[in-house]
Design a protein around this ligand. Sequence first.
Ligand SMILES: Nc1ncnc2c1ncn2[C@@H]1O[C@H](COP(=O)(O)OP(=O)(O)OP(=O)(O)O)[C@@H](O)[C@H]1O
Ligand SMILES: [Mg+2]
Length: 246
Amino acid sequence: MSESSPLLEVKKISKRFGGVHALEDVDFRLYPGEVVALAGDNGAGKSTLTKIISGVFPPDSGEISFQGVQISLANPQDARARGIETIYQDLALADNLDVGANVFLGREPMTRRFGLPMIDRKRMREEAAKTLDTLDIGLDRLDRPVRALSGGQRQCVAIGRALHWQAQVMIMDEPTAALGVPEQRKVLALIKSLKARGVGIVFISHNLHDIFAASDRIVVLRRGINAGERATVDANPDEIVRMMVG
Ligand SMILES: Nc1ncnc2c1ncn2[C@@H]1O[C@H](COP(=O)(O)OP(=O)(O)OP(=O)(O)O)[C@@H](O)[C@H]1O
Ligand SMILES: [Mg+2]
């Protein structure tokens, strides 16, 4: 794959819910190491587009290509196995498990003790610690249940998990919405570090400040159609808002 070919490409995607055209003939591209912000008013179709890319449901029509090959995604596990990870605000961390166990959720390493297969908790914590260290995520203890973590720390664990499993595409739907300012900064810094590793990132936010701080390109959806896109350096917030409301 050459530098200039998209990591992910979506062509003429449409999706209806009953009478609602959630998406109509939407095209979308994401390149390696690029952060694309999806902007749009409530109900514009942002989450629907990301759910199609992450295998939550299939489009009614249109094509998805990943690393130059046309694919269909049966379910979110299928997307994850290909390296397409999604991070939601109140994401699927298991509250009662510790950080290490959450990084390995569903993919736990096994060991044997007294001849019996057991989950290798020590190895999970050690490897989780390594990954979180490379991201400079300062969690002092990995043996606490994640229920004891703040929203931002949980977000960091989810990002660490995606990175640990070599995500190529990271979809973040409102990752900073419920966070305090220092935690928002941490998540934005993590986005930069993923980008530097060549991960392509789809970033949804209602916060124009975050969009301008984090993205390389802004794609605007309006009532299910692609209302235009801009390189972030060439865009200004007023123009983006005008594109959003039409
Ligand atoms: N599972 C569903 N069933 C029925 N209608 C849906 C479903 N998901 C989305 N829709 C409808 O599709 C349209 C697009 O919704 P979507 O959630 O993609 O918008 P959004 O841009 O993410 O909005 P928000 O900024 O509020 O999150 C809306 O009209 C919504 O009501
Ligand atoms: Mg949404």
